[in-house]
Design a protein around this ligand. Structure first.
Ligand code: PLP
Length: 377
């Protein structure tokens, strides 16, 4: 099935989301650990592509377990995946218990307070309502301490009464191959999971799936790699790009050596130059830090087989690119320019902006015409 969705016909940029690539990426990740179940992380509005579309596509590819960060995301996932298992990574506030239970969303409990509240909720409702338990193995973000987890494991009746089904932990440094902390986290998690023999175990994010076979356990939790982003720095990214962002040239102008381009006059032209002004900027989530100065080049874009560098700062709604030497049949008023996508990896742009692909994808603006490609089962 092919379909297009227009949120605003008069929008500036266009965002093309390749749902077939998303499905193929899930199958590739699942194939890395045939003995494990591969879930899909759809938090952050499905890493910017749209939570519902992401969940529907992953489900069609065979995914039956989803992870979200917020209760509202859980309800959105539930609406398109009525049969799926849905875990809520953000844990529990007591007042959300009934709504989560009613929607069959399993909170991943990350503190003894949350566990106490969920136990009380289970007792009051007369059921062991399914949930997960998060143990911290070295990140100091969410999760029980190792000692709290050991103590809880000593009371199996309590673990059963609270409906615990899954034990998770999260890797802090799996994107940096060979990091000592990863080995320590795997060892700590192995010790704790052995104390909870009735629970499934889940440790691997995308980088763990691709680079840490020892972290696979029972359930994989990839996010960024599904959406084509780079999970491990310094190796070729094996995933298919999912998101392409394009914008149009609205004017071409000539500049002379010694003239500057854009706010702050941060870049000086060194030769007679053709400058194309493109209708996209930081209000679209294209980071201001991706701009260029005389001291440091910025990101590049791609058009009709040619690369073109950014010149000067990124403005709110505009950027300038240097199209000197690119044929006028390619670089002309109205031409579409790829900001990132198959020819310009999102992680390369993110790198120039001193951030990561995750932030670019989840921070994409709302001013585009969105088109979804593929998505059939
Ligand atoms: C976001 C998140 C993931 C997915 O991480 P990626 O690096 O995007 O694969 C997995 N587990 C937890 C706990 C997360 O917060």
């Amino acid at each position: 099935m092919n379909f297009a969705e227009t949120t605003n016909d008069l929008a500036g940029g266009r965002l093309t989301i390749d749902l077939d690539a998303l499905g193929a990426n899930w199958r590739l990740l699942a194939s890395k650990a045939p003995a494990a179940v591969c879930a899909g992380v759809v938090k952050g509005d499905g890493y910017g592509i749209g939570l519902e579309r992401a969940a529907e596509t992953l489900q069609a590819a065979g995914c039956t377990t989803f992870f979200v960060a917020l209760p509202d995301e859980g309800l959105r996932a539930r609406a398109v995946a009525p049969q799926a298992t849905i875990y809520l990574l953000g844990g529990l506030f007591e007042e959300n218990g009934p709504a989560l239970a009613a929607a069959g969303i399993r909170p991943v409990l990350g503190s003894m307070e949350e566990i106490g509240e969920w136990e009380a909720f289970c007792r009051a409702s007369g059921n062991a309502v399914p949930c997960g338990i998060h143990v911290d193995t070295g990140m100091n973000r969410l999760g029980l301490t190792l000692n709290e987890a050991r103590a809880l494991a000593g009371d199996p009746a309590r673990v059963e009464a609270m409906g615990a089904r899954l034990l998770i932990s999260h890797l802090a440094c799996a994107d940096a191959p060979g990091h000592d902390l990863t080995a320590q986290q795997i060892a700590r998690f192995s010790e704790i999971r052995a104390l909870f023999p009735g629970l499934k175990a889940s440790l691997a994010n995308s980088a763990g799936v691709l680079g840490q076979p020892g972290a696979h356990f029972d359930l994989l939790r990839p996010g960024i790699a599904l959406y084509g982003g780079e999970a491990i720095s310094g190796i070729d990214n094996p995933m298919r790009p999912v998101v392409t962002l394009e914008a149009r040239i609205i004017q071409i102008r000539n500049g002379n050596p010694g003239e500057t381009v854009g706010y702050g006059a941060t870049e000086t032209l060194k030769r007679p130059s053709r400058i194309a002004v493109v209708a996209i900027g930081y209000a679209d989530g294209y980071h201001r830090r991706a701009g260029s100065t005389d001291a440091a080049p910025g990101a590049r874009v791609h058009l009709g087989g040619f690369d073109a560098p950014l010149v000067g700062r990124v403005s709110m709604d505009l950027i300038a690119i240097d199209v000197t030497g690119i044929p006028e049949t390619v670089a002309h008023r109205g031409a579409w320019v790829e900001m990132f996508g198959p020819n310009v990896p999102v992680d390369e742009v993110a790198d120039r902006a001193e951030t990561i692909g995750y932030e670019l994808l989840t921070g994409l603006g709302r001013r585009y015409r969105r088109t979804y490609l593929g998505g059939g089962a």
